[in-house]
Write a protein that binds this ligand. Structure first.
Ligand SMILES: [Mn+2]
Length: 260
């Protein structure tokens, strides 16, 4: 790892499948363009390790990135390829997320931020998360659903050690349901069963931590008399399924930074 002085935030990705490496590449490119300099750890499988290492080299020394081989094949599932949303492979891989976050907290970071690779950083989120993590041990992206409790999105979230018990519960429940539900289903099921938990969760503001529904804020003409300007921290290309659709959404939103 390179020259960061005691960063308190570690940003982690969980990558399973070569098809995701291009999205990861774009996400890292976007991070480098901001002033955010968390330590970065990419957890991946043996099959994608070499490909990711090669990309990571291009970001040194500006970004401090470690690649860790973590995802193990299970007997019944092939995880060498990308598993689409809704499949059993997707559910299995995303069920690992909670343990990976706990494992990273054990490295003595104050805050662990998890990001999906279909997510683009637009501005430095560090100060926001440092401040909010003093009040909330967990902050999580919201899907902008017209419902309460909110429908949370596990594609971007942060945790401090104060949320360790909650993470352990998520892990236990998720492992039991991995044959049927993904990590986000499990997260939202736990909240629905006990809605008072929302008091301890920060739903990150959708205008600043944007989900795919907000893509129009990046395209189209601006109203010239508007005196303010929206300054989001990130955009998550969710609400679209499949790598190609995600890339197209990012291109449409002018958030694709890799050369053709
Ligand atoms: Mn995603």
């Amino acid at each position: 790892m390179n020259a960061q002085k005691n960063p308190t935030i570690c940003l982690i990705y969980l990558i399973c499948g070569d098809e995701l490496v291009e999205l990861l590449h774009n996400s890292l490119a976007s991070l480098k363009m901001t002033n955010a300099r968390p330590d970065v750890i990419i957890y991946t499988s043996s099959s994608s390790y070499a490909k990711i290492e090669k990309i990571v080299d291009q970001y040194s020394p500006q970004l401090s990135i470690e690649v860790i081989e973590f995802i193990k094949s299970s007997n019944s599932l092939d995880i060498s390829n990308y598993s689409n949303y809704g499949t059993q492979g997707f559910n299995y891989i995303t069920s690992i997320k909670w343990d990976v976050i706990l494992k990273t907290l054990d490295k003595h970071y104050e805050t662990v931020v998890y990001a999906d690779c279909d997510l683009v950083f637009i501005a430095d989120f560090s100060d926001y998360i440092k401040s909010s993590s003093h009040i909330f041990a967990c902050g999580i992206q919201s899907e902008s659903s017209p419902s309460f409790p909110p429908n949370y999105c596990t594609g971007f979230m942060y945790f401090t050690r104060g949320a360790a018990d909650f993470l352990k519960k998520l892990s236990t429940v998720n492992v039991a349901y991995a044959h049927k539900y993904n990590d986000q289903d499990v997260f939202n099921m736990i909240i629905k069963e006990n809605p008072h938990v929302v008091k301890d969760l920060l739903a990150l503001p959708e205008a600043l931590f944007q989900n795919g529904l907000l893509y129009q804020t990046h395209s189209g003409a601006k109203f010239p008399e508007l005196v303010g300007e929206l300054r989001p921290y990130l955009f998550h290309a969710n609400y679209v399924i499949g790598v190609e659709n995600k890339i197209n959404l990012l291109k449409r939103s002018k958030l694709w930074f890799l050369l053709e």
